[in-house]
Design a protein around this ligand. Structure first.
Ligand code: NAD
Length: 494
């Protein structure tokens, strides 16, 4: 059986691993490959390589870095379908969605191509006689990027193009469930002319992550995953003296006001609720409908749900399987709990009928969900949409603001004033107005509030550049050739 191994110093590692994980094709339920798990010795080897490479890469000219980034951009663009096929084979999402995530990742590469402009400092001439002050930003050193299963290409690409453009070296630790996209991207970096050792991939589980979090050679950690692990990564990494940005889980609310275009809202709820089988950190899972339009909107949603084809993502389905059997069963157990706790099950995805042993669960809709039910309090991360009926904007806003997560949210309305008030009052990092999945463009920054983010910096955009660099301010005096004499006085502005 094929074994996916690490990528260190521009080549596949030939070290024999003592532990492995299984990689599944979620549409067939079959194990298709294994992945080597790194121990602390292997992580140390990768950090040593990245530390050595940093000494050269940090001195590479901005022109050289930009040329490599442009070449990488062209290669990823040309290989979009190949990368998408790798993603679908291990994650299960449909091919068009997999291609979409590569496109969103490419936007960050394109943003990073502007690094000469992004790294420009400030300059103040003559702050005192003959004295100038200027600021510069420099890379921090080897950085680790630890990513979740749900976007095996896009999430690492939120970080590594910016990190590399800023002069850092990188170790990616992809999800052990779908590690192949990172390996493919590693080979494209090499083809693009990136020096060996600047981009490395180590695979594994907690053991590899812990080794990265505590290794003194790693200077910064970008993590994306579930909230308990994000909190752990933030606490452990910062305790080891590193800067950490740890993006966590989500429970995204879509608020529909009574004046909204209900067809637009129904389409949005379907796309954002069931796209990628709900395994998106920006998926909508709580639909907050302000009465009296709930019945009408639910009718439009159920009509659309009946047309969603669940099946193999390579065979023209609209929605693929869930990532693993364990995850599928966990999501199904939330459906069981919703019924037990008294919510009205309008569409039951447990009844979906797809041939084969894939990890199937169809689109599911609950009505009359109450805030104390576990289908509302918890992140489910599956194709389960919960409707909460409320009677006013204020009630809807209170629900969103009282939730532990604050990643994304959306409001649907024709009232510009209401939308403006919502964007001002809501305690969430990314907001859509008549837009269901408001993932910011790469030149803005991505990140949530509350339990959706631990740390101060969001991903990419200027916050990404700041995260991957440290500032310096230089005060310099070059004496005018006409200068003469000694002055032992305390420096003062004149
Ligand atoms: P996860 O937390 O299980 O795993 C994320 C990473 O952490 C993986 O690389 C995994 O190997 C590692 N890991 C797992 N357990 C660990 C442990 N005990 N100690 C150290 N490392 C550990 O997350 P997942 O299931 O792969 O991804 C889904 C989660 O990611 C969801 O909660 C989703 O909301 C979240 N997510 C958030 C964002 C965001 O932008 N906020 C984006 C994508 C996904």
């Amino acid at each position: 059986m094929k074994e996916t191994t690490h990528w260190i110093n521009g080549q596949f590692s030939n070290q024999r691993a003592s532990r492995h994980g299984d990689i599944y094709n979620p549409a067939t339920g079959q194990v298709t490959a294994t992945v080597a798990f790194a121990d602390s010795t292997l992580v140390d080897e990768a950090v040593t390589v990245a530390t050595k490479a940093f000494q050269e890469w940090r001195h590479s000219s901005l022109t050289k870095r930009t040329q490599v980034l442009f070449a990488f951009r062209e290669l990823v663009h040309a290989n979009k379908k190949n990368i998408a096929a790798l993603i679908t084979a291990e994650h299960g999402k449909v091919l068009s969605d997999a291609e979409g995530e590569v496109t969103r990742g490419l936007e960050v590469v394109e943003f990073a191509c502007g690094i000469p402009h992004l790294l420009k400092g400030g300059f103040s001439e003559e702050v005192s006689t003959g004295v100038d002050v200027y600021s510069i930003r420099q890379g921090v050193g080897p950085v680790a990027i630890i990513s979740p299963f749900n976007f095996p290409a896009m999430v690492p690409m939120w970080f590594f193009p910016v990190a590399i453009a800023c002069g850092n070296t990188v170790i990616v630790k992809p999800s052990e469930k779908d590690p192949s996209a990172s390996m493919f991207l590693a080979q494209l970096w090499k083809e693009a002319g990136l020096p060996d050792g600047v981009f490395n991939v180590v695979h594994g589980d907690k053991e590899a992550v812990d080794a990265l979090l505590t290794h003194p050679g790693i200077k910064a950690i970008s993590f994306v995953g579930s909230t308990p692990i994000a909190r752990y990564v933030y606490e452990t990494g910062t305790k080891s003296g590193k800067r950490v940005q740890a993006l966590g889980g989500a429970k995204n609310h879509m608020v529909v006001l009574p004046d909204a275009d209900l067809d637009l809202a129904a389409d949005a709820a379907i796309n954002a609720g069931f796209g990628s089988a709900g395994e998106r950190c920006m998926a909508i899972s709580a639909l907050v409908i302000v009465e009296p339009v709930a019945d009408a909107l639910i009718a439009k949603i159920t009509e659309r749900m009946a047309k969603i084809k669940t099946g193999d993502g390579t065979q023209g389905a609209d929605m693929g399987p869930l990532v693993t059997r364990v995850h599928r069963d966990k999501v199904a157990s939330y459906v069981d709990a919703g019924v037990e706790q008294g919510a009205t099950l309008v569409v039951d995805g447990r009844l979906v009928n797809v041939a084969g042993d894939g990890f199937w669960l169809g689109p599911t809709l609950f009505d009359h969900v109450k805030p104390e039910m576990s289908i509302y309090t918890d992140e489910i991360f599956g194709p389960v949409l919960s409707v909460i009926r409320v009677n006013s904007y204020d009630e809807a806003l209170a629900l969103v603001n009282n939730h532990q997560y604050g990643n994304g949210t959306a409001i649907f309305t024709h009232d510009g004033g209401a939308a403006r008030r919502f964007q001002n009052e809501v305690e969430v990092g990314m907001i859509g107005i008549n837009v269901p999945i408001p993932v910011p463009m790469a030149y803005f920054s991505f990140g949530g509030w509350k339990n959706s983010l631990f740390g101060d910096s969001h991903a990419h955009g200027t916050e990404g550049v700041h995260f991957f660099t440290r500032g310096k301010v230089v005060t310099s005096r070059w004496l005018d050739p006409s200068h003469g004499g000694i002055n032992l006085g305390f420096p003062q502005n004149s």
